[in-house]
Design a protein around this ligand. Sequence first.
Ligand code: CP
Length: 310
Amino acid sequence: MQTLRRKDILGLEEMSAEEITLILETARSMREIMQRKIKKVPTLRGRTVLNLFYEPSTRTKASFELAQKYMSADSVSVAGTSSSLVKGETLKDTVRNVEVMGIECVIMRHPVSGSAYYLARNVEASVINAGDGMHEHPTQGLLDMFTILDKKGRLEELKVTIVGDIRHSRVARSNIWGLQKMGAEVVVSGPPTLMPPDLEAFGIKYCPCLEDAVDGADVVMALRLQKERQEGGLFPTLREYAEIYGLTSQSIAKAKDDLLIMHPGPINRGVEISSELADSNRSVVLEQVTGGVAIRMALLYLLMGGVKEE
Ligand code: CP
């Protein structure tokens, strides 16, 4: 029997390669359920989940809600802007109040880094981090690895180039931690002003020239410019950013022919990536989204559904 021996999913920095492998393998079984005509299993019947989103989301929120429906869980969704947060209620009080209604698992997106850890320490329910500030977005990192594994058949020894606003990106952090644990080589590129001050601590290579960063790459992942988290003046204009760091056919010319092009979404077309590339047959942007449902089903199953029979 294999289980995920943890109460919460907070980040990939703290997760082992064995745990990541178990989640990716479980997601493969979950995708098989998604491909059925009747996409419903009774696994989480009678189990209760709260979706608590204090920041906007399309992909993460919709895929968690769909995963809950496919698994027959009972769920409620609360948006920060329409919750009693606006009347001054704290995060801890909010979740303790819904916990006494019987909630067993909280999916939370929050603008403050570390908020998921804080919540997990203060409630008995399982907490799944759906993005905490500039810290981590572990389910995105997992779905990105799931997509790469699906297309390439392995993660070890692949060169994955992540381009753009590394400094403010929780997606970048989760991918950097996760991909390295799984044996991939991670290279980052983007303006020096958009690199984290503690870049060296990640043990990855920084290559300021995009063309060189993608030389020989198996995967290139463009990140959204996190304008809502940036202070001003980090790069001159969007036009100049796009000219130097936007993914185009020319800028990725040195990558491998079977390059995978990824973006977590939402995409700023013509800024981080050209429409031509985003819609090309090398782009797996929509496969990432589909994989997101399978990953979130797997996490709910592994945290709430008990054990997986071997
Ligand atoms: N990739 C991602 O987190 O997208 P959403 O913000 O739409 O959830």
